[in-house]
Design a protein around this ligand. Structure first.
Ligand code: AMP
Length: 485
């Protein structure tokens, strides 16, 4: 299968050949023709599958055929959960559209709004945005949606996890009813299906990888180690293997800062990206890492969401994530689009339960390799692989009208609870700081639902009650921040 066979025009084909893509990935082969036909699409696709080109390429082609964009208007909108992912998608869109006259832009929080308002003035064909900043821009009349033709929700599951449902629904209410809708999500919980019900119409359903399956191009192993020896073990594993370009995951932003200081002391040039860093610092660190100027990038889960570095060879989990699915997302940063990667986890006894959940979710044992000089005083017991959790029957989704007035979780996204007791609507946009949101999630109870719908798209129900969901998502005191305003 070639890109030409998918019906893409010469301008896009030229950009693809310059980018060095030989042939479409499975998600591209399935999604591109469907989008070109004007169909709604609901795709179960993990990051790393090439999903971005799967929606951006056909959108550019459709946009190139349509009318000229008017002042302050937007013809296609891509919503993403994080700033990094937004920037990544726009980078791709700009590259793929380099031989067209289409204008693409990105807007996200954490940076000044005025330059964004100016860039929107002449109208934008394809806008990539995080939800909060988009609403701020709309409330200041900087963006209009009456010309909107296509909407994409990218990483929809993560947007819901991060409490964006209210913002998303607000945005949906601002858009013209007649439009093409594309929904991309790694998992399909009952919540996502609720959202999809009022969004996509008679969609083409695409699924390219089984839910929660880890990319098979990633070699995974773990080092059993005492908690107190982890930092030394990290330094040792990097030095012993002469690894360059290593992405290290830390559960907390404070932990990330500490690691950077310790790595620097060991002559390993490192930088951290997390929500307490300014957008400028995050972008700079990512660029330096991509350019090979720093050896190790230490990231928290949310901040790492948009990281896409071609053929990133090594991911190290300094600690295991609280949510088993995040393990899959973390190691998805390596072994992308066919290249081979290595994902290593430093696991101490106190993380045994998290390890069990990860192995249960992925239905595979992670190979244990002891490291010389680091044999733990508190060894990890061998635990047999547990059977996957049985998915419970999903709740019947309520009609759209009822959804809006129903969920407390939708009415009070936790990111809006701070800094005051005021309800979100009562807050001024100037109140909204990047630090309003947290990613210190606790494990989710339905972490390994594996049901599939008829098309193969994941159909996994979310078995938690709304109150459980709210309780679990509330960030703890030292909560990590992602700041999309
Ligand atoms: P994504 O899942 O969209 O984040 O893409 C993951 C990575 O795959 C990115 O580095 C893309 O540049 C790369 N990629 C996307 N499509 C292709 C393709 N057809 N051939 C090779 N690499 C690709």
């Amino acid at each position: 299968m070639s890109f030409t066979e998918l019906g893409l025009n010469d301008h896009l084909l030229q950009a693809l050949s310059e980018k060095g893509y030989q042939e479409p990935t499975p998600i591209q082969a399935a999604a591109i023709p469907a989008v070109l036909e004007g169909r709604d699409v609901m795709a179960a696709a993990q990051t790393g599958t090439g999903k971005t080109a799967g929606f951006v390429l056909p959108m550019l082609q459709l946009l190139a055929q349509g009318p000229k964009v008017r002042a302050n208007s937007v013809r296609a909108l891509v919503l993403t959960p994080t700033r990094e992912l937004a920037a990544q998608v726009e980078d791709n869109a700009e590259y793929y559209g380099r031989h067209t006259t289409l204008k693409t832009e990105v807007v996200f929080g954490g940076v000044k709004i005025n330059p964004q308002m100016q860039r929107l003035r002449g109208g934008v064909d394809l806008l990539v945005a995080t939800p909060g900043r988009l609403l701020d821009l709309h409330s200041q009349n900087a963006v209009r949606f009456d010309q909107l033709e296509i909407l994409v929700l990218d990483e929809a599951d993560r947007m819901l996890d991060m409490g964006f449902i209210r913002d998303i629904r607000k945005i949906l209410n601002l858009l013209p009813a007649k439009r093409q809708n594309l929904l991309f999500s790694a998992t399909f919980s009952a919540e996502i299906k609720d959202l999809a019900k009022g969004l996509v119409h008679n969609p083409v359903e695409v699924s390219v990888s089984p839910e929660n399956a880890t990319a098979h191009t990633v070699e995974q192993w773990l080092i059993p180690v005492d908690k107190s020896a982890k930092t030394r073990a990290l330094i040792e594993v990097i030095k012993r293997n002469s690894w360059y370009q290593v992405l290290v995951f830390s559960r907390t932003k404070h932990g990330a800062n500490r690691l950077v200081a310790q790595l620097d002391k060991a002559d390993i040039k490192a930088a951290a990206i997390h929500g307490n860093k300014s957008q400028g610092a995050r972008t700079r660190a990512l660029q330096e890492f991509k350019d090979g100027d720093i050896q190790v990038l230490v990231a928290t889960d949310i901040a790492a969401r948009g990281i896409d570095i071609k053929e990133l060879p090594h991911v190290i989990n300094f600690d295991l994530p609280n949510i088993a699915e995040d393990y899959v997302h973390r190691i998805g940063r390596t072994g992308r689009a066919g290249s081979v990667g290595e994902a290593v986890s430093l696991v101490s006894l106190d993380e045994l339960d998290l390890l069990i959940e990860i192995e249960r979710l992925t239905q595979s044992r992670i190979e244990r390799r002891e490291m010389e000089g680091f044999t733990p005083n508190n060894p990890l017991p061998e635990i047999a692989l547990k059977a996957p959790r049985k998915p419970k029957k999903p709740k019947t989704p309520k009609p759209e009208g009822e959804q809006k007035s129903r969920g407390n979780s939708e009415r009070k996204p936790q990111r809006d609870r701070k800094p005051s007791d005021r309800k979100p609507d009562e807050r001024k946009s100037s109140d909204r700081k990047p630090s309003d949101r947290g990613d210190n999630h606790k494990p989710r109870s339905n972490s390994n639902s594996t049901a599939k719908n008829s098309s193969g798209a994941s159909n996994a129900p979310d078995n938690r009650t709304n109150s459980q969901r709210r309780r679990r998502r509330r960030p703890s005191g030292g909560g990590e921040v992602n700041g999309n305003r």
